[in-house]
Design a protein. Structure first.
Length: 71
């Protein structure tokens, strides 16, 4: 299925998709490295790391924030 879709896309669209995927991977790697530095420098516990991850996910997806709120 993916091969059929890739075959039907023009070259410039493939290039744009590759650029988008590259940027997403690069952004994720940067976030992961900064997270590791924050954890090491601040000496965060596992509970704090979990809370930090939850906050980061909530920032990325506002619907997730509303879903996870405790009423």
């Amino acid at each position: 299925m993916k091969a059929e879709i890739d075959g039907s896309l023009p070259m410039n669209k493939k290039h744009n998709l590759n650029k988008i995927n590259y940027r997403k991977k690069k952004r994720k790697a940067y976030r992961d490295s900064t997270k590791a530095v924050k954890i090491a420098v601040l000496g965060m516990t596992q509970d704090q790391v979990s809370a930090f991850d939850s906050n980061q996910e909530a920032r990325e997806d506002p619907k997730l924030c509303l879903k996870n709120q405790k009423w």
